[in-house]
Design a protein around this ligand. Structure first.
Ligand code: SAH
Ligand code: MG
Length: 952
């Protein structure tokens, strides 16, 4: 805490710009005139007669009584003005460095300012404080004319700033402002009265009658008494937060009413949060009784109170959490007060629901949920793929909000760019990034390989406390094409880490780091826990277990239960349209969430949306919704139950929070979701390929494989990374010699789709009189193709279409080695995108998708064809990989491809390598199977007689 940086913060706020200093000194005698200057640039094209227009620049001349100066030229008018002012200051011999009053000067100014508040003129000022001064003149008895120091501290930010200069600690402990104001008042004993142990100030002499009357008449135009809803937050967590009604009569002072609700005699004993809670524009503040020991020792002359007086009484964890500073005893959250804008007393109701919304708004996932208006359904995504696929508040914006709400300094981003060697440390980025991006767009997309050549911006984020103690640092290793992409990604990492903490604040730090994986976060535990440890009292405290009885009553269909995801009673209805959402696409759903109460047929609707879209595969919705949606096809509807989430989420979603609260605390409940999948957008890769190639590239790959199957008279085939079984399914439509087909994949979701599709095709063929396929056996395995399974050894043909780019490069090499050394197919066909072809795809995508500019940018900002791709290789890279691999394992290799042409630049869209074994077929194939390395799990099996076995 004791940190010199503190005063720096205060200083920065007081710093005047050169122009402000000039204006302060010369007022109207300083004349700034800005002129446009058109630069003529040399365009490097000799002989071209037309002058090329450069960017518009500005120059400012500043006329002062004694002399004038002219600035250089600048892109922005305001920069030109500042530069002119700077030159003038130089001539005047004025040091433009901040002119910060010393603590003594600030102290004198504070006394003068307090004096001004009690002057006659002040009653006709515009300050929001004026309302309080007038209301004080309507207070009864002893309280007549007495103004609580707490409202002075809150309503006059100038006073608070002066106090910060006197003692930087004020920044983190706002109640100190009160101390200084009371002390200033004791110095003004000629004008005002204070009394020992009171936090209020009186004017000594009465106001002249005419001034008093005119002010009171003005204000009494306000309506009769008002009733507003406020929220009572008990300090004990055992007691529920509940609504209270504040009834302020037309002649009463609202602070006195609040005081009575807090069992205090009058408003002079009430403290007010210095900052509004929730939206910046709101008047929502926390009110709480001043602890008795807060009665200050005002006798001391020295204006540097070192320690805040110790508070007795119990900490109010919920109110403290909302405020970000400690609050003791019960508190009231109310939206009422005098403002600059409103004539009379401004007031608004606060519902219990809005209280819970404010509470969850303090966590990253809560901010996101609220920004999507889907508290029970949306979830802070794990990945920022593209600006166009992101929905809701952006990560950077949310991080700023998080820091503000938790009284932290603004996050500090530093980006470094590989090629431009430019580094900036600033929290206001977008000005700079605009320049940076335009510099980049001019660059041609070079055909580098591996990671795209234009990915060169990296971003680090640092989070500091208000006193500049480091809290968190995030230094991701990833590079991005654009600066803002790198900023959004780094921000999201910080938010995800914080979110994991808020989900389980009791978790030890090492565990937390393991849990959230490679977020590249360094936390300063001491500072971090000082800031956040008390928050564990707030979140997820009242997690309720789902009533067991309820589950039984609903008779779960155990076959449909997916217990590891906490999904119960899942049923998916409606015909299978065959259109499934896949990772990277946007799913559009309609949904409703209801609270199901044990023993009641009525359900409470909590949340519903007619149309809600989210990107698949990024965790942008709660896991249950994503898992279920992934199993649906467009047009289908699903219904399932899940356990209750933390109570505050339910209460934030429920319109009638009080009723819902009583249900939750008295009965067993669960949540029931109804989802309809309205439509999906395909991931960009498929869209590009379908739009550009006829037949579509995927079909061309199948045909290519088919040709080899026929030529080689293969009877056994294994498809490595079979996905949803598109190849296996298509093969069944052609007459081949194939008898046994096998697919392997690591995605259960894809495998279950493949099983459905292949099962229905094989069943149909069985019924048909003339089967065109001899396939007698089909098996689907769940397993990684980087691991050997002896059951797949020695097949006639292996295919691996568009799979390796979904693995890391070292895994792709591992697969290559294992497949040729252990699986040993006679022929292996491997396809992968040709990176060099992307330029063409992107160019044409901008012409085919003119109707949808959003989509266009999405394709262009995506560095690879699909967000799941870990790399995309140039022809050289692929050739290199395949040639070395073949040589190492005694295979030959030939290169080919589909889409475009091999003879023209930039080659095929999809490049293909065909490996052929040079060794004679081994006799010991069966022996090898005897080793029986069975690492895969059979997911589905067809035995040729129409019998199938499934473990899905
Ligand atoms: N071959 C299919 C699917 C291509 S998509 C087609 O052409 O349509 C890539 C597939 O590779 C995905 O289904 C993914 O689950 C799978 N995959 C990625 N890494 C894998 C691994 N290590 N082992 C098995 N499958 C993998
Ligand atoms: Mg792919």
């Amino acid at each position: 805490m004791e940190n010199g940086g503190l005063s720096v913060v205060a200083v920065r706020k007081m710093k005047l710009t050169p122009k402000a200093i000039i204006v302060q000194k010369f007022g109207r005698n300083a004349q700034f005139t800005v002129d446009e200057v058109q630069d003529v640039v040399q365009n490097g094209c000799p002989g071209l007669a037309i002058p090329q227009k450069g960017p518009c620049l500005y120059r400012c001349s500043l006329q002062l009584p004694e002399f004038s100066v002219v600035s250089e030229t600048f892109k922005k008018k305001k920069d030109a003005e500042q530069s002119a002012a700077e030159k003038a200051l130089e001539k005047l011999g004025i040091d433009p460095s901040p002119n910060v009053p010393s603590a003594e000067e600030a102290w004198d100014k504070l006394i003068a300012s307090v004096k001004h508040l009690f002057s006659n003129e002040f009653l006709s000022s515009q300050s929001p404080l004026r309302g309080h001064f007038i209301a004080a003149l309507r207070r009864d008895g002893d309280l007549y004319g007495s103004v609580p120091a707490s409202v002075i501290a809150v309503c006059d930010s100038k006073l608070a700033n002066l106090c910060k200069l006197i003692n930087p600690k004020v920044e983190s402990s706002h109640l100190l402002v009160l101390t200084y104001i009371m002390r200033a008042a004791t110095r003004l004993s000629e004008f005002v009265v204070t009394s020992e142990g009171q936090l209020s100030i009186w004017r000594k002499d009465p106001y002249p009658p005419e001034i008093k009357e005119s002010s009171i008449i003005q204000q009494s135009e306000s309506p009769d008494s008002i009733c507003i809803e406020a929220i009572h937050i008990p300090s004990s967590l055992e007691m529920a937060v509940h609504p209270v009604t504040l009834n302020v009569s037309s002649t009463g002072y609202y602070l006195d009413v609040i005081a009575r609700n807090l069992d205090q005699t009058d408003g002079n004993k009430i403290l007010v949060s210095s900052r509004t809670i929730g939206k910046a524009s709101s008047e929502m503040r926390l009110y709480f009784a001043a602890p008795k020991s807060y009665l200050l020792d005002l006798s001391s002359d020295l204006p540097n109170v070192e320690e805040v007086v110790d508070f007795e009484g119990s900490l109010n964890p919920r109110a403290s959490y909302l405020y970000g500073q400690d609050i003791y005893g019960d508190a009231i959250l109310a939206s009422i007060g005098y403002t600059r804008k409103s004539e009379g007393l401004f007031h608004e109701d606060i519902t219990l629901q809005s209280y819970y919304r404010m509470l969850i708004h303090l966590t990253p996932s809560g901010v996101y949920k609220l920004s999507r208006e889907a508290i029970l359904t949306a979830e802070l995504p794990m990945a920022f793929t593209t600006r166009t696929n992101w929905r809701g508040s952006f990560p950077r914006e949310m991080l700023f909000m998080f820091c503000r709400q938790h009284w932290l300094s603004e996050p500090v981003f530093s980006t470094c760019s590989n090629s431009l060697k430019e580094s900036s440390e600033s929290s206001r980025f977008y000005e700079k990034s605009a320049a940076l991006e335009s510099a980049e767009t001019g660059k041609e997309c070079t055909s580098g390989g591996g990671t795209a050549a234009s990915d060169n911006v990296r971003c680090e984020v640092k989070i500091f406390s208000k006193s500049r103690d480091p809290i968190l640092e995030c230094s991701p290793k990833e590079f991005y094409k654009k600066q803002n992409e790198s900023i959004e990604n780094a921000s999201l990492k910080v938010l995800s880490w914080l979110n994991a903490y808020f989900k389980d604040p009791d978790i030890p730090l090492e565990k937390l780091n393991n849990l959230v994986g490679a977020l590249d976060i360094q936390c300063y535990p001491q500072n971090f826990f000082k800031k956040f440890s008390s928050y564990r009292f707030i979140h997820n405290v009242q997690q309720r277990k789902m009533g067991e009885k309820l589950l039984q009553a609903n008779s779960i269909n155990t076959l449909n239960a997916i217990p590891e995801h906490g999904i119960y009673c899942l049923s998916i209805g409606g015909p299978d349209s065959g259109i499934y959402p896949s990772n990277g696409c946007l799913s559009f759903i309609s949904y409703s969430v209801s609270l199901v109460i044990e023993g009641e047929t009525m359900k409470e609707l909590l949340e519903s949306r007619e149309e809600f879209e989210f990107e698949m595969g990024t965790g942008a919705v709660i896991p249950q919704v994503e898992v279920v949606t992934a199993q649906m096809s467009v047009g289908q509807s699903a219904c399932f139950c899940k356990e209750l989430p933390p109570q505050e989420l339910i209460l934030a979603a429920a319109d009638d929070s009080a009723r819902t609260f009583s249900l939750l605390s008295s009965r067993a409940c669960c949540l029931e979701y109804h989802i309809t999948l309205l439509r999906v957008t395909e991931p960009p890769e498929d869209r590009m390929e379908q739009a550009l190639f006829s037949p579509p590239l995927s079909k061309q790959r199948v045909e290519y494989a088919l040709q080899h199957i026929k030529e080689s008279c293969a009877t056994t085939l294994v498809d490595f990374g079979c996905g949803s079984g598109s190849l296996l399914d298509s093969l069944l439509d052609y007459p081949t010699a194939l008898e046994k087909i096998v697919g392997v994949d690591i995605s259960q979701k894809s495998l279950s789709r493949a099983a459905k599709i292949i099962h229905s095709k094989l069943s149909k063929k069985l019924d048909a009189a003339v089967p065109c396929t001899d396939v007698k056996s089909a098996v689907l395995f769940d397993g990684s193709i980087t691991v050997f399974d002896s059951r797949l050894h020695g097949f006639d043909i292996g295919t691996c279409l568009e799979v390796i780019e979904h693995m890391e490069e070292d895994e792709a090499s591992q697969f290559g080695n294992i497949v040729l050394s252990s699986f040993c197919p006679r022929i292996l066909i491997v396809s992968t995108p040709n990176y060099e072809y992307n330029a063409i795809l992107q160019k044409s995508s901008s012409t085919i998708q003119e109707d949808d500019p959003d989509e266009k940018t999405q394709l262009q900002s995506c560095k690879f064809r699909n967000h799941d791709h870990k790399f995309e290789w140039t022809r050289d890279q692929f050739n290199c990989w395949a040639t070395e691999l073949a040589a190492r394992h005694n295979y030959s290799v030939e290169f080919s491809g589909v889409g475009g042409s091999g003879d023209r630049e930039p080659g095929f869209a999809s490049q293909i390598a065909v490996f052929r074994s040079r060794s004679p077929p081994e006799e010991d194939d069966l022996l090898k199977d005897g080793d029986s390395a069975h690492h895969y799990k059979v997911i589905w099996e067809w035995d040729g007689n129409g019998l199938s076995r499934s473990s899905l």
